[in-house]
Design a protein. Structure first.
Lengths: 145, 191
């Protein structure tokens, strides 16, 4: 028994699960999505559908950790382009393997974001999640369309 | 009305919706395939691929960002050539486009390079059908069949029937059910 090691086995999920940030005001990501153009919504859906299949998040298309943010926040960004605009999803990873929470959607031109306080809001929401003051809701990914 | 029904209705009735749907799939899957091939190649840095394709590294970066670049057929051919693989651009039913997307995974996608493509270089000696670059089906189709390398992932055995049909040149011909009713690509598998 001396060499016995306690090994905790867990099953690696096949795909990533994406969750939406939800606060007292409702599902903020769904709200953002409902205001997207058809083209942007189609790309957003397709992006998540395919990104969830890529095991290593560093290989996600358009993935980066947000620069200039404190390390503990570890906010990431996922870029895509639609309507000739650069859209950006901001999110954080969950505590369970292969889970990611989208905390904000926005678009930007250079350093100018719409909404203008996107980065500040993302930090605030990440903090609220860490402190348990906001919840999450799993985003349904449709394989049949 | 479910989300799927809404989308189907939109696709049936609006040209713009169909364009958007097709573009969404292409603008996500094609960049992902370029990235997958680059990472599996002997030129894992974007700058290496750029050099091989006679392009700027910034363009390769754009090609790998979903939706960032409107790639022409010429550009895709150039990238395929740099990877030493072929390229197929095809018109297909929506059901097959959906299969193409669902069966794709960046984690597993790879394509045999021309240097190792024995079915292309020397089909008589190879003596095998090579489908998807992964699934040798010896004797499956008999002598004289052209080999085919399809960009798809290894696990996609579910659409083997379709692949065999493609390999035998029956791709666009309607299949008749026993009662003579035509069926589309999705129903082919069920049948």
């Amino acid at each position: 028994m001396q060499n016995h090691k306690n090994v905790i086995l867990f099953i690696e999920p096949r795909y990533w699960s994406f969750f939406d940030y939800v606060d007292g005001g409702g599902n903020r990501i769904e709200e953002w999505c409902s205001g997207l153009s058809m083209e942007a919504k189609d790309r957003f859906d397709t992006l998540l559908k395919n990104t969830r299949k890529i095991s290593n998040h560093l290989l996600w298309g358009g993935f980066k950790f947000l620069k200039g943010k404190p390390k503990e926040e570890r906010i990431w960004q996922l870029d895509f382009i639609a309507d000739n605009k650069q859209y950006r999803l901001l999110g954080v990873f969950g505590s369970v393997r292969k889970t990611a929470v989208i905390i904000l959607g926005c678009f930007h031109k250079g350093d100018i974001y719409t909404p203008h306080d996107a980065l500040k809001t993302a930090s605030k929401r990440a903090k609220e999640l860490r402190e348990g003051r906001a919840t999450i809701h799993e985003r349904t990914v449709q394989d049949d369309i | 009305m479910s989300e799927r029904s809404k989308t189907i209705s939109r696709l049936l009735n609006h040209l713009d919706a169909r364009i958007s749907y097709i573009n969404a799939k292409l603008s996500v899957v094609v960049p992902s395939k370029i990235k997958a091939l680059r990472l599996r190649s002997n030129m894992p840095r974007q700058s290496d691929l750029a050099r091989a394709a006679n392009m700027q590294q910034s363009r390769i970066s754009m090609f790998e960002t979903p939706g960032a670049a409107n790639m022409t057929v010429e550009t895709l051919a150039r990238i395929a050539a740099a990877f030493r693989v072929g390229l197929i651009i095809d018109f297909v039913p929506f059901s097959r486009m959906l299969d193409w997307e669902n069966n794709y995974s960046q984690d597993t996608f790879d394509v045999i390079k021309i240097d190792n493509d024995m079915a292309f270089l020397n089909p008589a000696a190879a003596g095998v059908m090579q489908i998807g670059g992964y699934l040798p089906l010896s004797n499956a189709m008999g002598a004289g069949c052209r080999s085919e390398t399809i960009g798809s992932n290894a696990g996609a055995t579910s659409n083997m029937g379709q692949r065999l049909q493609r390999a035998t040149g029956m791709e666009h011909e309607p299949i008749q059910k026993m009662n003579g009713e035509q069926i589309d690509g999705r129903e082919k598998r069920a049948a």
